[in-house]
Design a protein around this ligand. Sequence first.
Ligand code: CA
Ligand code: CA
Length: 371
Amino acid sequence: MKYDKKIILSVLMMVICLTIIPGGTGKARENQSKNLLLNADFEVLEEPDKPKFWSRGPGWSVDTQEAYQGKSCLRASEAWRWLSQEVPAKPEKYYSFTAYVKSDIGVARKTDYQNTFLWLDCLDKEGKVIKEDPSPVYVASSWGLYGRVVLTPTKTEKIQVKLGKRLGEGSVWFDGIELRLLSNNLLLNPDFEILDSQGRPVFWGAGRGWSVDTMMPYRGKNCMQGTEPWHQLWQLLPAKAKSFFILNAHLRSNITAEGADNLNAVMFLMCLDSKGELIKQEEQAMVAPFSWQEREISVYTPDDTTAVKIVLAKRLGEGSLWVDDLQVRQLPSYLRIRILRAILDDKPFFIFYFAIYLILVISLLRVVLKR
Ligand SMILES: [Ca+2]
Ligand SMILES: [Ca+2]
């Protein structure tokens, strides 16, 4: 009997200890990681026209008339001259790189109209560039948020951020530059709160029938409303091959079911190779109910995957589909098993029940063995 008590006591102690340890995933959807860039909004100047922590080529000046945030922003008037900063980084991780940018360069939107560089170089231990990512963008005349998610290659030790004007007559202005490590959510603007000057959510692609709605969002001020069947709401992310990705989305709809098929919404995870060819697709038709509910779809990326396209669409019926508060995570492969994910999402609950069953089994064994 004394032995029994010892076992029960030690199991209970284990439960208490493990329950106190904070859970791994939690429910938070936002990326709480800090901005890795220093003096990211150019408010601290070392000398005139030289922001602290940044290296500056010719043609750069501090502008105190036009700032997006604070007092100053940086203006580039010469093409292919860099404002750069180097920060430590980890290999095979996802980072978001965003900046507020505007430009008065008027280039016709023909083949080569990208007026600005939001350039990232990944460097190894020796400082050698192992991945060059120039990503030229077309920047419009009013302040807007531009950027992307990047996946660092193996051996990455540092990231060098390089801002610059690319071509055309005029200047480009930069402010509020951010480089953040992503883990909890790989999507940018996941709940549609950041809109561009035309009222569209930044970083999202949207087909016909998709628009911002402010009536009954799940979170924040906005959600997306889709009225046209099969027209996509999408975002493209870089992705590792042989990895497990999971998309969670909140959906609701006022589509009334007619006939046997009442699946009014559909989600896709499309795996693309470096040429942009579709090499694998997970598709799931589902019912978006009348009030907000969470839906999930996952994919295991095959060899040669370099990107995953997240797609949502209204499927059929009269009415609208609403979407808000999305999350994409790359999880360890063993979490492909749903029950293991449930355990990870609610660790204390699982440990509590596991311990109770353990005590029961031990007590039962003691009784049986005594006989
Ligand atoms: Ca500023
Ligand atoms: Ca929202």
